[in-house]
Structures are given as C-alpha cells and as structure tokens.
Design a binder for this molecule. Structure first.
Ligand SMILES: Cc1cc2nc3c(=O)[nH]c(=O)nc-3n(C[C@H](O)[C@H](O)[C@H](O)COP(=O)(O)O)c2cc1C
Length: 303
C-alpha cells in the first residue's frame, strides 16, 4: 500500500483511511480467510455490550431498493469474552482495532470503557443510537445532553481515543456534533442507520421481527454525505464518514465533504473484499488526479 494513503486519525496510525463499519464485519476474524486484515486502515468490530446479547428474534434483515434494513439487536458475546478470547486473536494482524460499545445507561458506558481501557485496542467507538432504558426508551444519540453525558462518562474511564458515532435520526446533526465535541470526544463517526420499516403486503405484518430497523447501503449515501458536510463545518475534531460506500468514487465524495477517514458497511455483505477494492480504487483516483496524499481531498468540495 502506498504512502499516499497512510493516515494518522485521532492519534492512531493507519496504513489507509478505509476501515470496516461496526456490525458488518464481525470481529474481523470471520473475514480473515477472504481479506488480509493487515491491509485495512482499522478493524471496527461488532457492537459490544456489558452482558452477552442474543439479539432480536424473528427476521432481522430485509432487502430494500439500493439498501437493506437490519434489526440484529446487538448480538454479541459480551465484553468479558471479547477481551479474553477475541481481541488477543486480532493482535498478530498489527492493524488498529476499534471496539464499538453500546449500553443502556451512562454508567454502563463508563464501565465498558473502563474494562476495555487495558485491552490491546487503538480506540473506542461509542454507539449512542441504542435504546436508553433508564430514560423510558429514549435514545442517547438524539438528545444533546444525554449524548454529552455518555461521552464524558467514557472519557473519565479511558485514556484511549474516543470516537462518537452519531445517529442520523435527528433534526440538527451539527448541534449533536458540537455537543459531543464539547464533552471531549476525539473524533466523530457518522452515519449510523436511518430508522425504517417494511410491511409484507400478503400477511400485512412488518417484515422485521422487531417491526422497525435501520436502513443502510447506497440508498442512504446522499443523506450521509450531507451530514458529514454539515458536521465538518461545525466541529474541528476529525470525522469518519460512512453510509452507502460501495466504490472508491463513493469514498471520494465523503473525503471531499470533510471526512478524514471512511468506513465500509453494507457493501461487505455483497463483496467481502469491498474494503480492499475501495482502498485500491482510492489510490488509483489519487494517481489519476496527480495528488500526493489522500488528505488533499479532505473538505475540498467547491461551492
Ligand atoms: C447488519 C448491520 C449491523 C450493524 N451493527 C452496528 C453496531 O453494532 N454498531 C454500530 O455502531 N453500527 C452498526 N451498524 C451500522 C453501520 O456500522 C453503519 O453505520 C451503517 O450501516 C451505514 O453504513 P453502510 O451503509 O456502509 O452500511 C450496523 C449495520 C448493519 C447493516
């Protein structure tokens, strides 16, 4: 891989700015037969919670035009198992590992961060889009105060860089970004999935067992690019852009909008080597444009 792609993101040295999106690449190990994990900018692992979770029952996936809905429900073996048995297996790949964490209370986020603070990982990504049980089903990621409280709690419990992943299910993404920046996040990633619903017209029932799910894939890309652009105008912390990236051209749009790194999610399901293809395509694009480094694209959209 050429030095054109080497990136320091929030203090983390990466061979390239192209990484996996949480929940779409397992813990990385599941893909290691198809993808040399050392070629990734970082492996962002499945959403991890304090206790093991079986996830939602019934249908969890529905294909939609240019995308998919999922309601996996954070199936994972729990943080202790992740620390003991999974993370050590990723160490030999010498690729930064970012653990995506989810919890139901502010305190639980802090506890998770504390448990992971001595693990062999590069950073934590805080998923603030999961239900906040204590506050009556509200979602952390749609309220500035609760989002900031989560970030502060994680910050108090770790010295690792913190990336806060924003939910697109808000009216003012820039205010959310400013709130988590003020609370001390080192970086922001966006977008998580957009809430959606599909109904079976024969049974008249929702297709997903959980009734609603999260929309991802190419269908969400223009929304994601718009939000990355708005957040880049609002904050000075670096941004990981994602949402529908399937090709290198898609990734370039995110860099131009203001992202310093990108993550690939849904595309991995159709093409397990999507991250590699996008990385190579990005290098080719830079050569075609006569550019020395990917950073020369960041925020360069011309208005
Ligand atoms: C099946 C599936 C599971 C996901 N699980 C998580 C998760 O555990 N934590 C998280 O922060 N985002 C999760 N996401 C969201 C993705 O990381 C990403 O933000 C979103 O899908 C948009 O990117 P994409 O269009 O490239 O997939 C999941 C997405 C999918 C499709």
């Amino acid at each position: 891989m050429s030095s054109k792609l080497s990136t320091v993101f929030a203090g983390i040295s990466m061979k390239s700015p192209v990484m996996s999106a949480s929940g779409t690449f397992g813990f990385g190990l599941e893909y290691s037969d198809f993808v040399p994990l050392q070629a990734l900018g970082a492996v962002v692992v499945k959403g991890t919670t304090l206790a093991p979770r079986a996830g939602n029952t019934g249908h969890r996936i529905a294909e939609t035009p240019s995308g998919m809905l999922n309601s996996v429900g954070l199936e994972n073996p729990g943080v202790d198992e992740v620390i003991k048995h999974i993370l050590p297996q990723l160490v030999p790949y010498e690729t930064p590992v970012i653990v995506n964490i989810s919890a139901s209370t502010v305190e639980e986020y802090g506890l998770l961060a504390n448990k992971l603070s001595r693990a062999p990982i590069a950073a934590l990504e805080i998923n603030i889009s999961c239900p906040n049980v204590k506050q009556g089903g509200m979602v952390f990621g749609v309220e500035e105060e609760s989002a900031a409280a989560v970030v502060a709690s994680v910050k108090q419990n770790t010295d690792k860089p913190i990336i806060t992943k924003l939910s697109p299910n808000v009216t003012d993404i820039a205010s959310m970004a400013r709130a988590v920046e003020q609370a001390g996040t080192d970086a922001i990633s966006l977008i998580n999935t957009l809430q959606g619903m599909v109904i079976d017209i024969h049974s008249w029932r929702p297709v997903l067992g959980n009734v609603m799910g999260g929309l991802s894939g190419p269908a969400v890309k223009p929304v994601a690019v718009r939000m990355v652009y708005q957040v880049a105008q609002a904050v000075s912390v670096p941004i990981i852009g994602m949402g529908g990236i399937t090709t290198a051209d898609d990734a370039v749009e995110f860099f131009l909008a203001g992202a310093s790194a990108v993550a690939v999610g849904t595309a991995n399901f159709a093409n397990p080597r999507a991250i590699l293809d996008i990385t190579q395509g990005l290098e080719d694009y830079l050569s075609m444009k006569g550019l020395d480094h990917v950073s020369q694209l960041v925020g360069q959209v011309k208005l």
